[in-house]
Design a protein around this ligand. Structure first.
Ligand code: SAH
Ligand code: SF4
Length: 387
């Protein structure tokens, strides 16, 4: 029988597993703390667990981390890790240190089936969903390897000590993949990030970013409300249909209604809207004006985060000029919408948004389908929306 990987369980899952071995929930809490708070994988080292429980665990369970393929450290301190997830697939996680926080950008899938035009993960196609364990193991590796390196005195850019042993204070599900298309694995992973017996992160500091999988937004609101970021990228359906193909299934009006429902149980009283600034495509003042109208009509309390496009060769798209980005931001701000421009971090190591490209065995022919759509379509559509 194959050993169970304990990274696959949230605390309830682990308690059920331990119950099956004849152990009380309290034992599962201790085990969960050894693994996630102390970073210990070897049952023999878990000194306050009864010897016979440790022996039972050793026969049926493992704590199996991801194999790291590579590490790149950016001049700004950002670190990108590439992890092997088997069968020729690899995924990336990115650590972004700032003074007051340490953020980990986590992947949810090998590849992505949504196929957004401006995203290099989307251009790779889709291979498979990550398991809960593979999602959690990214945070486990980042947190505990950084702690060990800090203890060894290595020179690293780290956030200021917040009075805890912790280095990572924020998680954003903004790596490879669409987290809400891997819902069943995502939720136990989020619960582990939040659990006081594991990483103890605040709900406001765990963000799920989605291209707009409406039914799953509703389920997340019920099952595990965390901060939500919605990748909007266009104010009107024809342009969004082309940039984010999922829009054909869940158009903007439905998406905004789902946002309005979500915000009622969200840990923050607003939704963050991400908007990738593409030169000549979605970055004109008319687009900003249309966004203002959309926000007013929908009544959704939202903040905008403008992301300067991070180019990659196959996209055929260009980053908006800085003046276009600031004029766009000003128009939204003048319309009383809080708007920030995302700082690009780690672009010297291809760790910036949309540059994560791991290794993906495209099993769905998404790439082939995408290439059938000409890059020129998008530019033409941008003009159409302006007209
Ligand atoms: N699938 C989810 C989360 C991963 S992408 C989503 O789409 O929301 C995280 C963010 O990076 C999204 O807002 C996405 O639109 C943005 N992004 C993707 N490619 C990009 C690129 N080339 N340049 C800048 N931002 C990009
Ligand atoms: Fe997938 Fe998000 Fe990239 Fe779109 S932007 S292809 S949803 S990872």
């Amino acid at each position: 029988m194959k050993a169970v990987n304990l990274f696959d369980f949230d605390l309830d899952g682990l308690a059920a597993f331990c119950l099956g071995l004849g152990e009380k929930r309290f034992r599962a809490q201790q085990l969960f703390r050894w693994i996630h708070q102390r970073g210990v994988r070897d049952f023999a080292q878990m000194s306050d667990l009864a010897k016979d429980f440790r022996a039972k665990l050793a026969g049926v369970a493992v704590v199996e981390p991801l194999q790291r393929i590579s590490e790149h450290v950016s001049a700004d301190g950002t670190i990108k890790w590439l992890f092997d997830v088997g069968q020729g697939n690899a995924v990336e996680a990115v650590f972004i240190p700032e003074d007051d926080r340490g953020t980990l950008c986590v992947s949810s899938q090998a590849g992505c089936a949504v196929g957004c035009r401006f995203c290099s993960t989307g251009h790779q196609g889709f291979s498979r969903n990550l398991s809960t364990g593979e999602i959690v193991a990214q945070l486990w590796y980042a947190e505990h390897s950084l702690r060990m390196r800090r203890a060894a005195g290595e020179k690293l850019v780290l956030p200021k000590n917040d009075g805890t042993a912790r280095i990572i204070s924020n998680v954003v599900m903004m790596g490879m993949g669409e987290p809400l298309q891997n819902y069943d694995a995502l939720v136990p992973a989020l619960r582990t990030f939040l659990s006081d017996h594991a990483y103890g992160l605040s709900r406001r500091r765990v963000t799920v970013s989605t291209s707009g999988v409406v039914p799953m937004m509703d389920r997340l609101r019920e099952d595990c409300p965390v901060a939500l970021a919605v990748s909007l990228h266009a104010p009107l359906d024809p342009l969004r249909d082309h940039l984010v193909p999922l829009n054909k299934k869940y158009p903007i009006a439905e998406l905004m209604q789902a946002c309005a429902r979500y915000v009622q149980s969200a840990p923050r009283d607003f939704i963050t809207f991400e908007y990738c600034m593409l030169d000549g495509v979605n970055d004109k003042l008319e687009h900003a004006q249309a966004l203002l109208s959309l926000m007013r009509a929908s009544g959704v309390p939202g903040k905008f985060n403008l992301i300067p496009f991070n180019p990659f060769p196959e996209s055929g798209l260009k980053r908006s000029a800085p003046q276009a980005v600031s004029a766009f931001a000003k128009l939204l701000q003048d319309g009383a919408i809080v708007t920030t421009v995302r700082k690009t971090r780690g672009d010297d190591i291809d760790a910036a948004c949309g540059q994560l490209a791991g290794e993906v065995q495209d099993r769905t022919q998404a790439v082939v389908r995408m290439h059938k759509r000409r890059a020129g379509d998008v530019l033409a559509l941008g003009d159409e929306v302006n007209a």
